[in-house]
Design a protein around this ligand. Structure first.
Ligand code: GDG
Length: 741
């Protein structure tokens, strides 16, 4: 099958440089490019028939047309040309002077300039324009990183069925940080991201922070890391990015690398070597690293002359002041350190400020004794993984910041806090004295872990999950109960001997009324329910969110079972009400009540409704402006409070309800299914709470589920209105007689 992959990232994976009239072109370095191109050169070769990489080329269209691009058989390049001034505001401005610092917990570096936000949105629109000319039916679009957060949403508007995956290469911050972004921008970012079908992060932590931003900002609740937005399911998941493990293992053994290694060994002599390589960035903790190294030397003068730190920094984002400032500070510090502690024949730090060839990189990974990787924050950090993969000798020690995503996997590294210079010094000492056997044990454990989840597994995992979301979305689509399906349903019902009929009340059996107490059953409805209930082969249940008293008053005389408060109370046919016994003693609700009471005091005319298994704070009678603010506050507090507890917070129309998570209509249906072996099950409902029943019944062969209304659902079918429900029930009552005749 012809399956195309469109990879979209801010920049194409190459750098075109102009010296005088000459144009040179090389593959760029950086984590995103390293990972994605490694995949495309490996398993990605056969997974897709065509691969197109779309991004800004970093040069004008004139230069692009004459520059000779590096030979590349794995994918094609499609440049997006952006006018220089706009690109500057989008890239150095919004992306790297707001999103980057904020998402890496440097809020004081963040700049909030409306014109850069405008440019950010405009550039994303240009990407959407360009993609629209490329996209064909069946394409998979894979968007990368923080520069393009709104793009998925823009594409979704034009291509409702398109398969879109989004992967964020940097951390997603805790809500307290994210919320400092102006509200309208926050919404554009979040809703834009939700245009994707699958949103991937490096760690569970980042995914959880994103879900909490959705919940607190957009009131979107997730279930099993899936949210429902704009009539689609969107999955949020962690995929720890990795490296081409095999390539690094093989490279370590290559002749070209061995020759370079020999050179470095000669330079190193009998000294111990620390090594690090990073892009120039304040998040990478380079400054802290060299200060910690200096302190280490001062505290352990016995290492003077016996150790060398090879520090490679790759130029990056030199158009931003925080970066150029940082570079000057580092240059100055290294100069001072080498000048004051070094001697004529020993430099404590060997410093290079330029890109390394791949062979040099691997040679240095394999020649050093210690890799010192100390970011203040890092989405993942591939350098740590590459160092581990390259050590085919199973020697060498990794010192790694616990603030890097990689620390979650590389637990056998010496983990340090990058702000703790003493701690870094102590780790250097431990590393330099670590016995060979311990180095081997730690290295082997880390190699096994990243060897089995390499960049191919990472990408395959991502595409597998993406396909799964698409299947879920297809299942959850509108499918009207047509004449043929209706006839089959009636035949199955007529033939069955043990039938279960589950009926929601409001919106399903009766239309919504202006006031809840006006939605009483009509005589026709009562009569059809009576007839259904009287048939010995039928177990009929009305299963509702209403309280037991109302249900008893309206339906208590019928030969049917009643389930109230979403499953908290049950009244079997001709029996009394019983409460659900598996519900844990609800002390948790006391804390909820306390919180709600403070809001009753703060918000005049709001009040608490005590149901038997839930509490609801109503604010429909309060002054609207104030009530809205209080409701937002209370909702956030309740979400925080109930986070670890078995409680759900529901944000309804002018009401916030907290109820026990163990209680929902799905659980109630499970209980009923345990009692008998039904050969026909019919379930009808109209709202979100009924989806719990539909979901449970998707795995039950004898079940037919029907959603009332024309919105997507887990139910097998949709029908339009309660009138059609009544007509269906009426035909069922009459149908067996027709068969008998
Ligand atoms: C972002 C996130 C996340 C670096 N210098 C040279 C060179 N490199 C290569 C390394 C490695 C890559 O660049 C750097 O990757 P990192 O992961 O360490 O860092 P970022 O560039 O900040 O990447 C990061 C990553 O995206 C992936 O999602 O892990 O957290 O910030 O592959 O080898 N390669 C060569 N010469 C160099 O001088 N040949």
């Amino acid at each position: 099958m012809n399956k195309r992959l469109l990879i979209v990232s801010n920049r194409l994976p190459l750098t075109i440089e102009k010296t005088g009239n000459e144009l040179t072109c090389r593959q760029s370095s950086g984590g995103l490019i390293a990972a994605v191109s490694a995949y495309l050169g490996n398993d990605g070769k056969d997974a897709f028939t065509e691969k197109i990489w779309i991004g800004a080329p970093g040069c004008s269209s004139e230069d692009w047309s004459v520059a000779s691009k590096p030979h590349q058989s794995d994918y094609q390049y499609k440049p997006v040309f952006i006018e220089a001034e706009q690109y500057e505001a989008y890239y150095n401005g919004f992306s790297n002077s707001l999103l980057w610092p904020l998402f890496h917990y440097f809020p004081s570096y963040a700049e909030y300039q409306p014109e850069t936000f405008e440019a950010y949105m405009d550039v994303n629109r240009s990407f959407a324009e360009m993609l629209s000319t490329q996209i064909r039916i069946g394409d998979v679009v894979w968007i990368h990183d923080y520069h393009l957060l709104p793009l998925a949403g823009m594409l979704r508007k034009r291509f409702p069925d398109l398969t879109i995956g989004l992967f964020l290469h940097i951390p997603f911050p805790a809500y307290e940080l994210f919320r400092v972004i102006p509200k309208t921008w926050q919404r554009e970012l979040l809703t834009g991201m939700l245009g994707a079908d699958l949103i991937g992060f490096h760690t569970m932590e980042y995914a959880a922070y994103f879900l909490s931003a959705l919940e607190l900002e957009l009131k979107l609740k997730s279930e099993d890391s899936v949210v429902f937005w704009d009539d689609r399911h969107v999955k949020v998941e962690a995929f720890p990015i990795s490296i081409d493990f095999k390539n690094f293992q093989e490279a370590a053994e290559q002749e070209a690398v061995a020759a370079k290694r020999q050179n470095y060994l000669q330079l190193k002599e009998d000294k111990k070597m620390l090594f690090s390589v990073d892009r120039l960035d304040y998040t990478k903790g380079i400054y802290n690293r060299i200060r910690a190294y200096k302190n280490f030397l001062l505290e352990h003068p016995e290492y003077m002359g016996k150790i060398v730190f090879t520090l490679v920094i790759v130029p990056s984002r030199d158009g931003i002041k925080t970066y150029t400032d940082r570079k000057s500070a580092i240059d100055e510090y290294i100069g001072d350190l080498n000048g004051t502690l070094g001697t004529l024949d020993w430099k404590p730090i060997i410093y290079q400020y330029q890109h390394l060839e791949f062979e040099d990189l691997v040679a240095l990974y394999t020649v050093c004794d210690v890799a010192l990787i100390t970011p203040m924050r890092d989405g993942m950090n591939l350098v740590a993984k590459e160092f581990v993969a390259s050590r085919t000798d199973q020697q060498g020690v990794l010192i790694l910041s616990e603030m890097a995503g990689a620390a979650k996997e590389l637990t056998e590294a010496l983990l340090i806090n990058p702000n703790d210079e003493q701690g870094i010094g102590a780790a250097i000492k431990t590393a330099l004295n670590m016995p060979a056997e311990e180095q081997r044990e730690r290295m082997t454990a880390m190699q096994e872990r990243i060897g089995s989840y390499d960049v191919n597994t990472w990408a395959a995992d991502f595409f597998e999950q993406l396909a799964k979301v698409k299947t879920l979305q297809e299942k959850y689509a509108v499918q009207l109960l047509d004449t043929f399906s209706r006839a089959r349903l009636l035949n199955d019902y007529a033939a069955a001997k043990q039938r279960l009929i589950l009926l929601d009340y409001d919106g399903t059996l009766v239309p919504f009324a202006s006031e809840p107490h006006l939605a009483q059953p009509t005589p026709e409805l009562l009569s059809v329910l009576e007839e259904l209930g009287r048939d010995e082969r039928n177990d009929v249940y009305i299963i509702s969110g209403r309280d037991g008293t109302t249900l008893t008053k309206w339906l208590g005389h019928l030969p049917v079972g009643l389930i109230a408060e979403h499953g908290a109370k049950t009244k079997l046919k001709n029996a009394e009400w019983t409460n659900k016994t598996t519900v844990p003693e609800n002390n948790y609700l006391l804390g909820v009540e306390k919180l709600m009471t403070t809001y009753v005091n703060k918000c005049p005319h709001s009040f608490i409704e005590h149901k038997e298994f839930s509490l609801a704070w109503h604010y429909r009678k309060a002054e609207p402006f104030q009530a809205k603010i209080r409701a937002d506050e209370l909702y956030k507090e309740l979400v925080n409070y109930t986070g670890p507890l078995p409680l759900d917070v529901l944000n309804g129309h002018k009401v916030i309800e907290v109820r026990n998570r163990m209680i929902n209509k799905g659980m109630a249906v499970l209980e009923i299914l345990k009692t008998k072996n039904y050969d026909h099950i019919l379930c009808l409902g109209d709202d979100q709470t009924d989806e719990d029943m539909f979901k449970i019944l998707t795995t039950v062969k004898a079940a037919c589920t029907i959603k009332v209304g024309d919105t997507p659902s887990f139910a097998h079918y949709n029908i339009y209105s309660p009138y059609q429900v009544q007509s269906l029930l009426q035909t069922m009552v009459e149908y067996p007689e027709v068969v008998k005749n």
